[in-house]
Design a protein around this ligand. Structure first.
Ligand code: CMP
Length: 139
């Protein structure tokens, strides 16, 4: 059965470029409920831990450097079939392949700086949400 939660981060370039409001607007318009949200910054070590599934990939260190380079917005979102619905809203990982009108098509500047992260499974949505938020911070 599909889950109700997903996790997202608005990445440093999208935050620096002033897109927090527009991206949250798209999330609201797509009828996700924001369960938890914070503006924060990852250390390099925390970014390494968050993206540890990619540690063998050639882009891992660059990704961790980028993700710890500035403020991010982390949020847990709720909606029926949330993981798939959110991946549809954000578009393909590589913005060159993202559909028109998706968050990445509108706000990504490159494959690495692709505006937002979205969980790829129900299991990872829970792990990633718990990485940033305690039970008391989720409503
Ligand atoms: P994200 O959804 O945050 O999950 C992992 C991230 O790794 C991905 O978005 C991209 O920012 C980055 N990524 C994935 N593939 C590549 C690649 N081939 N080169 C550089 N960065 C990548």
């Amino acid at each position: 059965m599909s889950g109700y939660k997903t996790f997202t981060m608005i990445k440093p370039t999208a935050v620096k470029n002033g897109h927090i409001g527009s991206i949250l607007d798209m999330i609201n318009n797509a009828e996700f409920r924001i369960v938890a949200m914070k503006l924060t910054k990852l250390s390099y070590e925390r970014a390494e831990k968050f993206y540890s599934v990619h540690k063998e990939k050639p882009f891992y260190q660059d990704l961790c450097t980028f993700m710890s380079s500035g403020s991010i917005v982390a949020a847990v979102l709720e909606k029926e079939n949330a993981v798939e619905a959110y991946r549809k809203l954000i578009g393909a990982t590589n913005p060159d392949n993202a559909a028109e009108g998706t968050i990445r098509k509108l706000y990504a500047t490159s494959l690495q700086e692709n505006a937002v992260h979205g969980s790829d499974s129900d299991e990872n949505a829970i792990i990633e949400g718990d990485f940033f938020f305690s039970t008391l911070e989720k409503y």
